[in-house]
Design a protein around this ligand. Structure first.
Ligand SMILES: NC(=O)c1ccc[n+]([C@@H]2O[C@H](COP(=O)([O-])OP(=O)(O)OC[C@H]3O[C@@H](n4cnc5c(N)ncnc54)[C@H](OP(=O)(O)O)[C@@H]3O)[C@@H](O)[C@H]2O)c1
Length: 194
């Protein structure tokens, strides 16, 4: 993928930052020498991504205005925005794009249950900043799974990459556990053991 390519010194903003995908994305961006800001819901998740995962900053979108938070944490703007959330979060991030910025659309969890998908009205920021936005689907990268698994394994062994799992037991609990994806009552990767 071209749009997600990061380089040392880039400011990378990640939403869903305390989750399974976002926490790994942010840590890899840190390993690659970027300045990384995460968006997560609540003080405990923000503390986790900063103190345990080494993010440079956090925006608690449940307790801080998104625009004010992005202005505070990305004063020079955003080079890469990795989006797991969509909706107002994506729309606000577009305001802060730098020239040639890249927006990676990985997910849009705020929109999955919406009757009408909220489209980003600030999309002209892509035009004026010569920026790009591209969808990311994991299955497009099957050829790279093996090398990625080896590299990720090395980073985990060396402690550069951390992963938290929250495991619940029993298929009977599927519905209650599934809803945690949307309420955010979870940290790291949510697993249902059957
Ligand atoms: N493209 C692909 O190949 C691919 C593959 C796997 C997953 N995905 C997508 O990647 C995203 C993250 O997946 P994941 O498995 O890592 O999930 P996750 O981040 O572990 O869990 C979902 C998190 O989303 C946040 N959230 C829920 N509703 C929200 C809302 N309305 N506004 C803002 N944040 C909200 C919650 O965190 P807070 O407590 O911080 O709000 C929740 O913990 C999802 O959109 C998923 O569909 C894409």
């Amino acid at each position: 993928m071209n749009v997600g390519k990061i380089k040392e010194g880039d400011t990378v903003l990640v939403s869903g930052a305390a989750g399974a995908v976002g926490s790994v994305v942010g840590q890899i961006a840190k390993i690659k020498g970027c300045r990384v800001i995460g968006i997560a819901g609540g003080p405990e998740k923000c503390r986790y991504i900063k103190e345990e995962l080494g993010f440079d900053g956090a925006i608690d979108y449940k307790n801080e205005d998104l625009k004010a938070g992005m202005k505070r944490t990305c004063p020079k703007g955003i080079d890469v925005y990795f989006d797991n959330v969509g909706g107002e979060t994506l729309n606000t991030a577009l305001i802060f794009l730098r020239k040639k910025a890249r927006v990676v659309i990985c997910g849009a969890i705020s929109q999955y249950n919406a009757k009408a998908i909220e489209a980003p009205s600030n999309y002209l920021s892509l035009l004026v900043n010569s920026a790009s936005m591209e969808g990311f689907v994991i299955f497009d990268f099957m050829d790279e799974y093996k090398s990625a698994a080896i590299q990720i394994g090395k980073w985990m062994q060396s402690g550069q990459l951390k992963s938290k799992e929250q495991i619940f037991e029993g298929i009977d609990n599927f519905y209650e556990v599934f809803l945690r994806l949307f309420s955010g009552e979870k940290l790291g990767k949510l697993i249902l053991k059957v």
